[in-house]
Design a protein around this ligand. Structure first.
Ligand code: NAD
Length: 347
């Protein structure tokens, strides 16, 4: 992981909590990336997360062809203070974030991430205009789950056409890990197309949703090894490891979960097993593509939908190149990011 273009670490003036903003890359344009608020044992762990997550945002923006770089805010809450900042002092915390974001003068644009939501963005927007995904009634494009799900579904179509002879979803079995904001929308769409679903969620309340899709419920610990054509990771990252890959029984993996590979060597293991892995920075780009298109570029809805559908075409082209070269898709994705960053440096 390369060093960030710029790094800001400040104590919030109201709360004293560390607000860390990593601008991993700004050559292509302002750095885009959400604001994560969670407890860390030490602020240095939060710093590590900010560096890693902002680099992943560089990949996502570059692979989506967006004229933006990658960034991230991490508010590294001191242990034991999470309830405090979910309650009465949340406004102060978000005001602290807004001030630091604003001090970067538009080189960084924030949005929701783990631990923040569109309502929080409306509070941050009282201090800075460099924020996306406020609720609709506050002038923003709202929750990004729907475009993220739509981008993922476009990628599933691209994989069906290439690796399943264009068989319709009704002829395939999908294993969906995680029935949260995005996973539910993907399951709804696939079920409406007649697909067979196997689903898992660590939250028992979520598992009860399976009935609405006539889906089989799998034990969360066993979902990855389900007998399915396509695995759809829509829970947490880091699920594909040297330990889990040998047990996989799917032929392709296409899902929105960020950072699915425990490390990059896992891409080689998947390739060696003949399992097509669609790189998650490509698959999960629908949210940022749509929020930029709606809130910054003010494009008509028809054009926004065209841009989301194009995520499937981008993935298809990347998979075609990987197949032609006999390489794992991640190798092609890495190459594309390098080319893109070199172009923006020389521009
Ligand atoms: P969410 O928090 O609403 O849902 C995640 C779900 O996964 C929860 O129901 C949780 O209980 C479940 N889960 C967690 N660990 C699990 C496990 N081991 N097995 C089974 N279920 C598990 O999150 P979301 O907004 O739906 O996002 C899903 C994934 O997509 C995340 O990795 C997120 O970072 C990524 N993503 C989301 C967006 C977006 O717009 N929401 C955009 C890009 C990427």
């Amino acid at each position: 992981m390369s060093a960030p273009d710029a790094l800001r670490v400040e104590r919030g003036t109201r709360t004293g909590q560390p607000v860390i903003i990593s601008l991993h890359s700004t050559g292509a344009g302002p750095a885009l990336g959400g604001c994560r608020v969670k407890p860390y044992a030490s602020w240095r762990d939060g710093l590590d997360d900010a560096l890693r997550l902002s680099a992943a945002m560089t990949d996502k923006a570059a692979l989506a062809g967006l004229p933006y770089g990658g960034g991230k805010t991490v508010v590294a809450l001191s242990p034991g203070t999470a309830a405090h900042y979910a309650g009465t002092r949340r406004g102060d915390l978000l005001a602290d974030v807004g001030e630091v974001v604003d001090s970067l003068g538009g080189r960084y644009i924030t949005g929701p991430d783990v631990g923040t939501c569109p309502d929080d963005m409306a509070v941050i927007a009282q201090r800075t205009r460099h924020v996306l995904c406020r609720p609709h009634n506050a002038g923003g494009s709202g929750d990004s789950s729907a475009p993220t799900a739509a981008g993922t579904l476009a990628c599933i179509d691209a994989v069906r056409m290439r690796f399943f002879d264009g068989r319709p979803a009704s002829g395939l079995t999908f294993a969906i890990q995680g029935l949260g904001h995005v996973g539910i929308l993907i399951a709804d769409s696939l079920a409406s197309q007649g697909a067979t679903l196997v689903v898992a969620d660590t939250d028992p309340g979520r598992r009860r949703l399976a009935g609405r899709w006539h889906a089989r419920i799998a034990d969360p610990a066993l979902l990855l090894a389900s007998d399915a054509d396509i695995l759809v990771p829509a829970g947490l990252g880091g699920i594909l490891t040297p330990q889990t890959v040998p047990a996989l029984r799917c032929r392709a993996i296409v899902g929105p979960a960020n950072n699915q590979l425990a490390d990059e060597s896992v891409a080689d293991l998947l390739h060696a097993r003949g399992i097509t892995w669609a790189p998650d920075p490509v698959v999960s780009a629908g949210g940022i593509v749509a929020s930029v298109a709606r809130e910054v570029d003010h494009l008509p809805e028809l054009e926004v939908h065209r841009l989301i559908a194009a995520i499937g075409d981008r993935l298809g082209a990347l998979l075609d190149e990987a197949a032609k070269n006999g390489q794992p898709p991640l190798t092609v994705a890495r190459q594309r990011v390098r080319e893109r960053l070199a172009q923006t440096r020389s521009a």
